[in-house]
Design a protein around this ligand. Structure first.
Ligand code: NAP
Length: 279
């Protein structure tokens, strides 16, 4: 297939581009150097020039805390920018796969969120990504919306690398233990995206590595895998002030994957082990 991957310089986009190209697809990876998502004419021109059969839209404003002080700019990229991508996809009759987030939910309760549960974002970034979802849903039925969480991968700075660095520098660190979710390896996610995009099993999917943990649990496993003796002191989110509120319950149900016969991703500890050894 001819496929455009937006955000191809980003952590997820790099893996998506690599996996799709390795499978023989004819790919065009784009970043802000090729076009700004907010520029509708530039988006349409680039998409029309390549004539893709599919677009995997990984590009986004991902600075969650900065979004609180720059809501208009964040929503312009994630909301309007995604609308521009969806319009361009419709113009060339391409299917569209959009990457969304667990942050569209409010994090209440302690059970996994179903795909059909009502979104209720608690921060500007979550709101902007929900605007992107709504743009995609309203413009094209030929869409996949993937809500992913807690990404780590070789193509960008991430929680795993932060903890590994701190583990070399400090004897103990404080990490929040009341946000529960699922770490997700971008390479595993990219492989599933490659499986999905060649089908017509459209819809909204929660996609993460299997298993739930807190950030404190995640940090402990990272440090152990690295052979670090640094201790993790668990703290509540209230003792870790940040501009954006984060959902406490980021557990996501995998009902759509199961019902549409897509495989679940491997458990997160296995994904982390492969990431650390370089697979
Ligand atoms: N990271 C996470 O933990 C996480 C969790 C849930 C969901 N997600 C979602 O997963 C996707 C990938 O995230 P990521 O962490 O891999 O992203 P990332 O590393 O921050 O990369 C963002 C990409 O978007 C591009 N971009 C940003 N603003 C743009 C604009 N105005 N016009 C065109 N391109 C623009 C960047 O291009 P330049 O390099 O040119 O700036 C870059 O390629 C995003 O949709 C994000 O919302 C991420």
């Amino acid at each position: 297939m001819r496929i455009i991957v937006t955000g191809a310089t980003g952590m997820l986009g790099q893996d998506v581009l690599r996996v799709l190209a390795a499978q023989g697809h004819e790919c065009l990876g784009t970043s802000s150097a090729d076009f700004d998502l907010r520029d509708a004419a530039a988006v349409l021109a680039a998409v029309k020039a390549f004539q893709p059969e599919a677009i995997v839209h990984c590009a986004a404003w991902t600075a969650v805390d900065a979004a609180e002080s720059e809501p208009v700019a964040c929503c312009a990229v994630n909301g309007m920018g995604t609308l521009n991508i969806a319009r361009a996809a419709v113009a060339v009759n391409a299917r569209l796969l959009y990457i969304s987030t667990d942050y569209i939910f409010d994090g209440s309760g302690d059970t996994p969120r179903e795909e059909y549960d009502k979104p209720n974002p608690r921060n500007v970034y979550g709101l902007s990504k929900l605007q992107g979802e709504e743009a995609v849903r309203s413009l094209t039925s030929r869409h996949f919306i993937l809500r992913v969480s807690w990404l780590f991968g070789h193509g960008g700075g991430n929680f795993v690398e932060t903890i590994r660095r701190l583990g070399q520098e400090k004897s103990q660190i404080t990490v929040v233990d009341d946000q529960i979710g699922s770490p997700t390896y971008t390479l595993d996610l990219a492989r599933l995206i490659a499986q999905m995009i060649i089908t017509e099993r459209y819809g909204t999917y929660n996609v993460t590595n299997e298993g739930f943990c807190s950030f404190a649990d995640f940090a402990r496993v990272i440090l152990r895998a690295d052979g670090s003796r640094c201790r993790v002191i668990p703290i509540p989110s209230s003792q870790y002030p940040s501009a954006a509120r984060r959902p406490l319950n980021s557990r996501l149900s995998k009902r759509s994957l199961d019902e549409n016969s897509f495989p679940r991703l491997p458990i997160w500890e296995d994904a982390l082990r492969r990431y650390i050894v370089g697979d």
